[in-house]
Design a protein around this ligand. Structure first.
Ligand code: MN
Length: 259
């Protein structure tokens, strides 16, 4: 069985190394990952520049692109057969709530899903990222991989896993939580006196609601959230129907309009 691993922290990350070592017991592991840290690039795809892939060791490919590039290139270009599973991580830091749309780790799992390959994104909710610190989350990743391979996943669905810093109490099936965004922009002056801004620097809060990813991890549980790529808000559709958009004439296209 072929398992493709990737991440957004770069091919030399201890989290990816721990994951690769643990996954060996399940089959042939091929790593195709960005050649450097590419966190928070979301689902970016490189369309206007060439990509390079260097096999730095047997079955270890460093790609000069994003996590999404790595998965795309891995499945369509570098691998001779379709992988049975893609696992992305183990990320340095949690990927929960509203943060998911920024995450390169999660986007790599999205890309695999778009290509019809079952996928798991896995992140460690910690601030300490030594190899040893990733070992328990690597064991969680293997267990989740075995479970996904056994049961399969629903169509267009992948799994987002977040592991707490301490020894996990168990597993909680969760939904995506909500961030509390505050005045998180830091403004300062550089040595030449020009203003600069730093976003995402503060400690962000979250709504501590039962059933969410944040709540589970906060209470020492592994959070498992099924995600899908359909961003349609079905509940909002009912409200928008009341706007009668489909009976409305467009106003922008008038002929004889004086400019
Ligand atoms: Mn990362």
């Amino acid at each position: 069985m072929l398992i493709l691993l990737t991440n957004d922290d770069g091919i030399h990350s201890a989290g990816l190394q721990a994951l690769a070592d643990e996954m060996q017991s399940l089959g042939r592991v091929v790593v195709v990952a960005p050649d450097r840290e590419r966190s928070a690039v979301g689902h970016a795809l490189t369309l206007h520049a060439p990509l390079r892939a260097e096999e730095i060791q047997t079955d270890r490919w460093a790609v000069s692109g994003t996590p999404t590039d790595a998965v795309n290139l891995g499945i369509h270009g570098l691998l001779k057969e379709k992988p049975a599973l893609v696992v992305s991580g183990i990320n340095k830091g949690a990927n929960m709530g509203d943060d998911l749309t920024y995450s390169g780790t999660v986007a790599a799992a999205m890309e695999a899903t778009l290509m019809g390959v079952p996928a798991i994104a896995i992140s460690l909710a910690s601030k300490e990222f030594s190899y040893d610190n990733f070992r328990s989350s690597a064991a969680v990743a293997r267990q989740m991989a075995e479970t996904v391979l056994e049961h399969g996943l629903p169509a267009d669905t992948f799994i987002n896993v977040n592991v707490p810093d301490s020894a996990p109490q168990g597993i909680r099936l969760t939904r995506q939580g909500k961030r509390v965004y505050e005045d998180a922009v830091v403004q300062n002056r550089d040595p030449r006196g020009r203003a600069y801004y730093w976003i995402g620097a503060g400690e962000l809060g979250f709504h501590d609601l039962d059933g969410t990813d944040f709540h589970a991890v906060q209470n020492g549980y592994v959070s498992v959230t099924p995600l899908h790529l359909d961003l349609t808000n079905y509940a909002a559709m009912e409200r928008l129907r009341q706007w009668r958009l489909e009976e409305t004439l467009l106003t922008g296209d008038k002929t004889g309009d004086d400019s």
